[in-house]
Structure formats: C-alpha cells, structure tokens
Design a protein around this ligand. Structure first.
Ligand SMILES: Cc1cc2nc3c(=O)[nH]c(=O)nc-3n(C[C@H](O)[C@H](O)[C@H](O)COP(=O)(O)OP(=O)(O)OC[C@H]3O[C@@H](n4cnc5c(N)ncnc54)[C@H](O)[C@@H]3O)c2cc1C
Length: 256
C-alpha cells in the first residue's frame, strides 16, 4: 500500500524545479570541518524522499553566482530542511556555508532532486548503507526516515572516516543500534589508543562481515568521494551483489 502511494506520488507530474529562498533557522557544528544548516523553505515540495539532494545557488554583490549540490540530511518527515556541509579548504562554496553563514541569512535552493538514490520504508530491505566521510549525509536521511516511521527493516551502516573526530552525527549513531541499525566504523588515518574497530580502507572482508549475504538481495547504497564509491561498488559486485541492487552517489568535484 505504502509503496503504491510513493509510486503514485512520484508518478504524478512533479512540481517544476524553481529557485526558492531558504532562511537559516539553526546551525549545528558536527565536527571541526562540518556544519549542519537547518533551513526554512516556504512552499517546499512534498515529494521529497530520503536520499535526494538540492542545488544551492549563491550570488555575490557583483552578480557572480556559484552553484553546488548538497544532499538533504533531514528525513522527509522532519520540519526544516537540513544540509550538512563539509569544508573543503580551497573550496569556493563550502567554506562560506561552514564558516560565514549565520542564522537569519538566506540563499537560494532548488529541489528536491534525484530519484534513483532514494529509499522509502516501503522499499523494504535488508538495507546496507556504505559511506565515505560526508557521504553519510543522504544515508543519514534514510536512517532518520526509518526511525521516524519506526521501521524494523534490517539495516546496517558501514562508515569509513579519516578519524573518529571526523564522524558526523555521533550521538545519533551511538543510539542507532538500540533502534535496530547496526553500525560499523573504520578509521583510515588516525585512531586513538583503545580504538578496537577497523583501521583500514573498506575491503571485501569488511563488507562480508557487515553482510548480509548477497543471496538475501539487500538494497545497497554507497555514497562518498568518487574513488571510494567506485572501489566499494566494484567490491560489492565481486562479492555477488547484483549490480542493480547497488545504488551509488558520488560527491566528486564535478558530481561525475
Ligand atoms: C549529488 C551531490 C550531493 C552532495 N552532497 C554533499 C553534502 O551533503 N555535503 C558536502 O559537504 N558536500 C556534498 N557534495 C559536494 C559539494 O557539491 C561540493 O563539491 C563541495 O562542497 C565542494 O564545493 P566547494 O565549492 O567548496 O569546492 P570547489 O571550489 O568546487 O573545489 C575546490 C577544490 O576542492 C576539490 N573538491 C571539490 N569537491 C570536493 C569533494 N567533495 N571532495 C574532495 N575534494 C573536492 C576540487 O577538486 C578543488 O580542488 C555533493 C555533491 C553532489 C554531486
């Protein structure tokens, strides 16, 4: 029933993508390099699914414009549209969004965009989410959607981060296992003494341990930098996952 409802919603002609002014209502530092911006966007379309993204457009006083894509971190059920931006040191847009924007400021957005890298509880599972760094953002929207709907879909998250200090949403992830979301972490550059988790790049052995068996045909979502996504997707297919079950989203500089 719910699946039919979602298909019905998507099947309808979607509202044209127009630029809307979003106003920042809250800011939250997630790590030293990443910040969540919560926005109020009047007339935001109701057809958002977990995993979608928005285009952000900034306009300078002289009229120069820059556009970037950002995944939606909040669940469709949430009030306020949350974006989590990681600062790229020599970047143009992310330093502004992570360091300069204040509550009450506004900028243009359009969306929600995307249809392939999305998950609704009626899609079922098992669900396997594999993230590299800020690639966690759209996967967190899926976890939040699952939690808001009190879904019991078998869900496993594998997050690869440079260090524990770089892990986004630490409090929510700490509580996730109590809500049936199994979490696995690997720290690729720095681990504190006492860290007992993995300390290497995602490999086939790790993915096998996270499971479940490819024979269960889990829905897999992989998001992160382009080389991470391509590497992990290749490993998953080598392990026996059907390519059509493995959804990918790349956060590369060009989005390609
Ligand atoms: C669909 C989609 C969703 C995205 N969602 C998010 C999100 O939720 N959170 C988020 O922080 N980013 C996200 N991104 C990445 C985002 O769009 C920008 O690329 C990023 O914020 C850098 O923009 P910038 O203007 O600061 O850097 P730019 O001025 O574009 O680039 C500056 C330098 O950084 C390099 N660079 C650019 N982007 C990256 C990157 N992602 N990783 C490593 N090096 C990079 C460039 O090669 C260049 O050397 C997403 C991208 C896509 C395509």
């Amino acid at each position: 029933m719910e699946r039919t409802a979602v298909l019905g919603r998507l099947g309808r002609r979607r509202a044209p993508l127009t630029w809307r002014l979003g106003t920042v209502t809250a800011l939250r530092d997630e790590t030293r390099h990443a910040r969540t911006l919560v926005l109020d966007v009047p007339d935001w379309p109701q057809d958002q699914l977990a995993g979608m993204h928005v285009d952000v457009r900034l306009t300078a006083d002289d009229g120069y414009q820059a556009e970037r894509s950002y995944s939606i971190a909040s669940a469709p059920e949430d009030t306020g549209l949350a974006l989590t931006v990681e600062r790229i040191d020599d970047g143009e847009v992310s330093p502004y969004l992570t360091e300069e924007v204040q509550v009450g400021d506004g900028f243009e957005l359009r969306g929600p965009i995307g249809g392939y890298f999305t998950w609704h509880i009626s899609d079922g599972g098992p669900l396997v989410l594999v993230a590299g760094g800020s690639g966690l953002v759209p996967l967190m929207a899926m976890i939040r959607h699952r939690m808001r709907e009190a879904s019991e879909v078998d869900t496993r998250l594998l997050l690869s981060s440079r260090s524990w200090a770089d892990v986004l949403y630490q409090q929510e992830l700490a509580a996730a296992p109590d809500q049936g979301v199994a979490t696995y972490f690997t720290l690729t550059r720095h681990s504190d003494p006492g860290w007992t988790g993995w300390t290497r790049r995602v490999d086939a052995e790790m993915l096998s341990e996270v499971g479940p068996d490819p024979a269960q045909r889990p829905l897999v979502y992989v998001c992160g930098p382009t080389p991470f996504v391509e590497g992990v997707a290749g490993l998953l297919v080598d392990l026996g996952h059907e390519a059509g079950q493995v959804h990918t989203e790349r956060f590369g500089p060009t989005g390609g």
